[in-house]
Design a binder for this molecule. Sequence first.
Ligand code: NDP
Ligand code: GDR
Length: 373
Amino acid sequence: MSTIAPAFARLNLPSPEEYNKRKVALISGITGQDGSYLTELLLDKGYEVHGIIRRSSSFNTGRLHHLFDDASIERPGKFKLHYGDLSDSTNLVYIIASVQPTEIYNLGAQSHVKVSFEMAEYTGDVDGLGTLRLLDAIRTCGLEKHVRFYQASTSELYGKVVETPQSETTPFYPRSPYGVAKLYAYWIVVNYRESYGIYACNGILFNHESPRRGRTFVTRKISRAVADISLGKQSCLYLGNIDAQRDWGHARDYVEGMWLMLQQPKPDDFVLATGETHPVREYIEKAFACVDVKLKWSGSGVDEEAVDTKTGKVVVKVDARYFRPAEVDLLLGDPAKAERLLGWKRRVDFDSLVKEMVAADVKAAKSLVEDQN
Ligand code: NDP
Ligand code: GDR
């Protein structure tokens, strides 16, 4: 019975000092964008990395595939995946008791804001209560003084604009079931830190992207469409609110900030952001510019569209299907606290991010075309 494991772990625990001589990380959401970059970072730093993966009928470890091929990582025990789910408390207790991590990164979530309106209860369960389950699993295993905990909090907590730039002291006003679930997670982390002395941090991260970004998030949806349109594989890109503004950074920079938060003398909450904001429309224009397409816009609201000025063909159309019941209009973060106390600084700027994402998708689309020929 797995319930025996925590008692066993508690009885055999070394002192926190002895316990923390090891570097063992456990990552929920390891198969996601951030999970894959964080795994690379931690393996480079000499950690033993364990990840929680969901059982899926289709292959879901694509973002980690290159790590399986790396002979230096294949050493037994250096990198290991465990089946689990944030909705399953017993399983989380069992994994923590057997891995005995020194750091836990809770990146697992139903992370799509629009989907959260359709799956509100599930999102609340996984993103909100899932965080509580992990924290309680730490306590059940008697590890509250041993383990350091990172929570993937989000700029979606700010939601409706109360002030800009948004910092650690800006009041929250979430605008989606996702944001509300993450609000619960944020506060339960603060509460368990204050109640039980767990070293637990909220990283309030603004949007961060990369060529590994999920394909239904707006930046990746655009970069893929631009690649496919430039190769004649797609004719038009359909989008929702293109006037929303986001503070977009690169995921690789942000996972470094996550790690830094767990290396401090005291736990605290930090914003990671670039301090710049850009409308979705600008991302679209810059992405098309990467393949030498200049756009001309016409119409407004749900009738807005853009043509390729060379061909006169419509390549972007606004589509009401992609609008959300409530929108977050403007995100602009103030990373001053993280810069000052963690020494964190983003490296990749907006233009470089757009170029990297489009170039990666053009390369992938071309190799697919070659494979098919
Ligand atoms: P992704 O959507 O790329 O990855 C989410 C991960 O969570 C995947 O590994 C997914 O598994 C896993 N997951 C989903 N449901 C469950 C569940 N029930 N139990 C266990 N694991 C589950 O997200 P990102 O990598 O972009 O983001 C990482 C975290 O940071 C998320 O919590 C997100 O909400 C948060 N965040 C992200 C920001 C961003 O801009 N990227 C900004 C701020 C916060 P599977 O692969 O099987 O689907
Ligand atoms: P967001 O990211 O909701 O900010 O959440 P997303 O890329 O989904 O949307 C950004 C903005 O673009 C607008 N938009 C569209 N979005 C999508 N996905 N698809 C479209 O077709 C489209 N057209 C316009 C959206 O309305 C929105 O304003 C991301 C996630 O990673 C969260 O998990 C994370 O917490 C936050 O970033 C910070």
